[in-house]
Every structure is written in C-alpha cells, then in structure tokens.
Design a protein around this ligand. Sequence first.
Ligand SMILES: Nc1ncnc2c1ncn2[C@@H]1O[C@H](COP(=O)(O)OP(=O)(O)O)[C@@H](O)[C@H]1O
Ligand SMILES: [Mg+2]
Length: 268
Amino acid sequence: MSAMLEIKNLSKTFNKGTINEKIALDHINLTLNEGDFVTVIGGNGAGKSTMLNAVAGVWPVDEGAIIVDGNNITGLPDFKRATLIGRVFQDPMLGSAPDMQIIENLALAARRGKRRTLKWGVTKKEKEDYKEQLKILDLGLEDRLTQKVGLLSGGQRQALTLLMASIQKPKLLLLDEHTAALDPKTAKKVLDITKMIVERDHLTALMVTHNMKDAIQTGNRLIMMYNGHIMFEVSGEEKKNLTVDQLMKMFSQAAGEEFADDQSLLNK
Ligand SMILES: Nc1ncnc2c1ncn2[C@@H]1O[C@H](COP(=O)(O)OP(=O)(O)O)[C@@H](O)[C@H]1O
Ligand SMILES: [Mg+2]
C-alpha cells in the first residue's frame, strides 16, 4: 500500500501577533493510503476546514509538509494542485458555473489543467460519456445536457459538482460538509452518490461531516478533531460497530472531564 496523502507536522495560525490570533492547526500528522476514505468530525472551529484548505493550497501554511502521491506540494499555489485534487464545498453555489450548461461544466472540468487544443469542442464520444455518467446519478440530468446549471436544485448541483470533481480521477477528493446544506432526503442521495463514485473510481477521500452517523457509516477510517488537533482515530471493525453514543464518550474522555456534559460541541 502506498501513501496517497501525507500531512506532516502541519501548523497554521490565523492573525498571528494580533488579539485575534488563532492556532487553527497545531502540528497535525495524517497519512492516507491509496483508497482510504476518511471521515472527519469535530465541533465548530476544530480546524476541519482549515486542514482541507491547507491540503488544497488556499493559503501558505506556517510549518510542515503536504505530500500527495509522493510529490511535495507544500509550496504550490492551489491552481497548480487542481489536477491532483478534487473539491466539493458545503455551498451548492460553488463548484459549478451557473450561467453555463451542464455539458459545458463537465467539459471544462474534464479539461482542467490541460493545455487548450484546437479540439476544444465537445466530441460525440464525450457527450455520450457525460450522458452515461449523469444517468448513474439517477436525477434525470442526462436529458438536460444543455440546460444552465443555475436552474438546478441544490442536490442536483452537488451531485454534478461531485462528478466534475472526480471526472479526472484526482489523487485526492476533498469534501467539506458537502451535504450539510441539503434536506435530509437529498443529503442521503448525494452521500450515496459520493460513496458510489469513491468506490467505483477507487478514490482516496477526506470527508468532513457534522453528522456522526454519516461519519460512522461512510468510509474506512474516522478521525475526531478538536482545537487544531486530531484527537483520535477509529477504523476497521471498531468503526463499523461504533455507535454515536460510544463516539461521544470517546470524545469526552479524550477532551477531558470539563467537556463530559457538553455534547453540543459536536452538534451545530
Ligand atoms: N481565513 C481565516 N481567517 C481567520 N481565521 C480563520 C480562517 N479560517 C479559519 N479560521 C479560524 O480557525 C479556526 C478553525 O476554523 P475551521 O477550520 O473553519 O473550523 P471547522 O471547519 O472545524 O469548523 C476557527 O477559530 C476559525 O475562526
Ligand atoms: Mg468547516
């Protein structure tokens, strides 16, 4: 098994030297092997999004290294990481272009990071391929190829963004509460699509969620973050058999007695 993502001794402080100074990541270490699907939980402000943003290269980190498939990408700007990393955010409005057609969005995603050639137009074969991909989503989008993305529902847009983020089979898929803005039924559908794509394409993924049940039932590893640290990890059989109650107990024990009654830490 080879490491697909190595996060080494990673630290990030916001507003250093000011009254608003915040240590968001405090010497984090995490390794994902090829095909690992890691769910990330933790209360508001624990550092979950900061960890994903650091991997995506949104801003420079203070200390540490990020290595993707053997390449040290710590100093690379985000656009140079875009072919390695696919992302889906919480906001369905991000990640796809509303004024462009479904097919144009998919074609752009398929060409991201690639050199423009004379063959910029969408070929017949591509069109068939996109139709096939959209059909699998089971949202009826395969018959709406030329419709503007801005007309889609939040769930349809997240599903499309998932397709776009994974269309080039990225080394790493980053999902930051990508179902949180959706109603429960749609959220489940998008999560099911997520699991299907990750499994089918054998992707390596990090998924932040505030739904502990989803965190337990998705992927092969679960990590709990708190205060810029990874507190603990659960994987394999232990993760499969975990209950939300047990997870809460583990959190309380790791965080210390003062948090024993504060279950709200995990819930928004
Ligand atoms: N761009 C930023 N500028 C200043 N502070 C930030 C920024 N991003 C995150 N933070 C702070 O870092 C901490 C961790 O935030 P974040 O990673 O977004 O938490 P989570 O995703 O776990 O809820 C919080 O205190 C947050 O306010
Ligand atoms: Mg967040």
